[in-house]
Design a binder for this molecule. Structure first.
Ligand SMILES: NC(=O)C1=CN([C@@H]2O[C@H](COP(=O)(O)OP(=O)(O)OC[C@H]3O[C@@H](n4cnc5c(N)ncnc54)[C@H](OP(=O)(O)O)[C@@H]3O)[C@@H](O)[C@H]2O)C=CC1
Ligand SMILES: CC(C)=CCC[C@@H](C)[C@H]1CC=C2C3=C(CC[C@@]21C)[C@@]1(C)CC[C@H](O)C(C)(C)[C@@H]1CC3
Length: 433
C-alpha cells in the first residue's frame, strides 16, 4: 500500500460537520473571546451588573471608539505572570512524581501513557498561594481581580498560539488525526482540532491543558476574589463567598483527584485538540466559571443558615450523582464492576451498562453536573440574571454534547446502540429528558 493510501485509511476525510460547519466554527471562535470580555464589561462594579443606566452604556460605547480603550485590554505584567503560571504547571508536571498510566485503546490499536500528578500540582499551587497570603496578608493576592482584563487577554493569546501550533504540527507525517477534524477546511479543522493527541515527546498537550493551567487557575482566581472581599470588609468574607469557594475548589479538586477518569471522556477519546479546547481550557474555564465569585466581591451577600442549607443540598445531590455515575463508568471501562451492575455486550466486543446510573439515563453524569452548576449561581441570590450565565451555557453545552456523543456511539455501536436506547430511553434527566 502506498504511504498516501495508508494515511487516508488511518485518517479518513471528515465528510460531515458539527457546530453548523465552518460558519458555526467561526462564530464560536469569535464569540468566545467576545463573551469573555463582554461578561466583564456587562458585570463589574463600575458599570453595574448589568449596567442599568443608559448613560453608562453610552459612555461605554464612546470609550470603545478610542484607541486608549483597546490598549486597556493589554497588560504586560499580567501577561508575564500568566505565562509564568503556565510554565509553573509544565515544570510541576515534569518534576512532581506520578504514576504513568495507559489511556483507552486508540483506533490505531495502541495506547497512550499519561503521567498522573495533576492533584499534586494543585496541592502545590494552592499551598504556595495560601502560604503567601498567610505571610503577606490578603492584599498580596488581589491582583487577579485588579488585572482581570489583562489576564483574559493573556490567556486568549496563549490559546491562539497553541491552536496554531497544534494545527501546523498536525501536518507532520505519521500523525493520528481526529475523525471529526480532518475536513480540509482551515477554519473548521483549526477550531475542532485536527490532531487527536498532539504531544511533545511524552507530554500530552490536550490532557495537560484540560486539567492543569486553566482548572487550577480557576481556584486561584476564586481565592483572589475572596482576598479582595476580605480586604474590603476588614478581614472577613461573607457566607456566600465561603460557599462558592468551597463548591468550586471541591469540584476542581475532585476532577484532579480522579485524574484517570478523564481518559474515558469524549474530549480525550474522540475529539481533536484545536481552538475550541485550547480557549475552553485556558480562558473560558478560569475567567467565566469564576464569574459568581467575582460578582460577590462587589455585591457581598449574607445568605443566612436556611438558604445556605438549601444550596448545600442542591450541591450535594448534584455531586453525589456526578461522582457515582462517573465512578461507575470509569470502574467498568477499567475492567471492574464492584456494584455488580448489569450490562449488555455489543457486537464490537465493548459492553454497555444498563443498570445503576447508566440504566437511569444515557448521561446521568451531565444531570449531576448541571445541578452543581445551579447551586453555584444560587450563592449570588436573584438580583441579576448574569450570574446564571454559567448553568444556562452549561445546559446548552451538555445537550449539544449529548447529541454529539449519541452520534459517536451510533457510529461505534451501530444497531446495538439502537437497542441500548430502547433499554435506556432518557437522555440526561431520568424520567424527564
Ligand atoms: N464542567 C464542564 O464545563 C464540563 C464538564 N463535563 C463533564 O465531563 C464528564 C465527561 O463527559 P463526556 O466525556 O462528555 O461524557 P461521558 O463521561 O458520559 O462519556 C461518554 C462515553 O461513555 C461511554 N458510555 C456511554 N454509555 C455507556 C454505558 N451505558 N456504559 C458504559 N459506557 C458508556 C461511551 O464511550 P465508550 O463506549 O467508547 O467507552 C460514551 O462515548 C461528565 O461528567 C461531564 O458532566 C463535560 C463538559 C464540560
Ligand atoms: C464553546 C467552548 C468554550 C467550549 C469549550 C468547552 C470546555 C470549556 C469544556 C469541554 C470539556 C470540559 C471538561 C472539563 C472542564 C470544561 C471543559 C474543558 C472538566 C475538566 C471539569 C472538571 C471535571 O471533573 C471533568 C474532569 C470531568 C471535566 C472534563 C471535561
Amino acid at each position: 500500500m502506498s504511504s498516501s493510501k495508508t494515511a487516508s485509511t488511518l485518517n479518513p476525510r471528515t465528510t460531515t460537520y458539527e457546530f453548523c460547519g465552518p460558519l458555526g466554527a467561526f462564530a464560536v471562535s469569535v464569540g468566545v473571546p467576545f463573551l469573555l470580555y463582554a461578561l466583564f464589561f456587562a458585570c463589574n462594579e463600575t458599570n453595574g451588573c448589568p449596567p442599568s443606566d443608559v448613560e453608562v452604556l453610552h459612555n461605554f460605547v464612546a470609550s470603545v471608539q478610542t484607541l486608549e480603550w483597546w490598549k486597556g485590554l493589554w497588560d504586560t505584567e499580567a501577561t508575564l505572570i500568566y505565562f509564568g503560571w503556565y510554565m509553573f504547571c509544565v515544570v510541576s508536571w515534569y518534576i512532581l512524581p506520578g504514576d504513568w498510566i495507559e489511556g483507552v485503546t486508540l483506533r490505531t490499536g495502541g495506547k497512550k501513557k499519561y503521567k498522573i500528578n495533576a492533584f499534586s500540582t494543585f496541592l502545590l499551587a494552592v499551598g504556595l498561594t495560601i502560604g503567601h497570603i498567610y505571610r503577606s496578608g490578603p492584599e498580596a493576592f488581589t491582583f487577579l481581580y485588579e488585572k482581570w482584563v489583562g489576564f483574559v487577554t493573556a490567556s486568549l493569546l496563549m490559546s491562539v498560539l497553541q491552536a496554531f501550533y497544534v494545527y501546523a504540527m498536525s501536518f507532520k507525517e505519521g500523525k493520528v488525526l481526529a475523525l471529526g477534524g480532518n475536513s480540509g477546511n482551515f477554519i473548521y479543522d483549526f477550531y475542532i482540532g485536527r490532531e487527536l493527541n498532539p504531544s511533545i515527546g511524552s507530554f500530552d498537550i490536550k490532557s495537560f491543558n484540560e486539567l492543569r493551567p486553566g482548572l487550577i487557575l480557576w481556584v486561584l482566581v476564586d481565592i483572589s476574589m475572596a482576598c479582595e472581599q476580605a480586604v474590603r470588609r476588614g478581614g472577613t468574607i461573607t457566607d456566600s463567598m465561603w460557599l462558592i469557594l468551597l463548591f468550586q475548589t471541591w469540584y476542581v479538586a475532585d476532577g484532579l483527584y480522579n485524574e484517570p477518569a478523564i481518559f474515558t471522556t469524549m474530549d480525550i477519546i474522540s475529539d481533536g485538540f484545536g481552538f475550541m479546547l485550547s480557549v475552553g481550557d485556558l480562558a473560558w474555564v478560569p475567567f467565566i466559571y469564576s464569574l459568581q465569585a467575582r460578582y460577590l466581591v462587589f455585591k457581598p451577600l449574607e445568605l443566612g443558615p436556611l438558604a445556605t442549607a438549601a444550596i448545600l443540598a442542591v450541591k450535594a445531590t448534584g455531586y453525589w450523582i456526578f461522582r457515582s455515575a462517573n465512578g461507575e463508568k470509569n470502574d467498568f471501562r477499567n475492567g471492574r464492576n464492584p456494584k455488580n451492575l448489569k450490562f449488555f455486550e455489543t457486537s464490537s466486543g465493548s459492553k454497555l451498562l444498563i443498570t445503576g446510573w447508566w440504566g437511569a439515563s444515557r448521561h446521568p453524569n451531565y444531570f449531576g453536573d448541571i445541578l452543581m452548576a445551579l447551586s453555584w449561581s444560587l450563592t449570588t441570590g436573584f438580583d441579576t440574571p448574569i450570574t446564571y450565565f454559567y448553568p444556562i451555557y452549561f445546559g446548552v453545552l451538555l445537550i449539544h454534547r449529548q447529541i454529539r456523543d449519541d452520534e459517536n456511539c451510533e457510529r461505534k455501536y451501530g444497531k446495538d446502540w439502537e437497542k441500548y436506547k430502547e433499554l435506556v430511553p432518557y437522555r440526561i434527566i431520568p424520567k424527564v429528558y
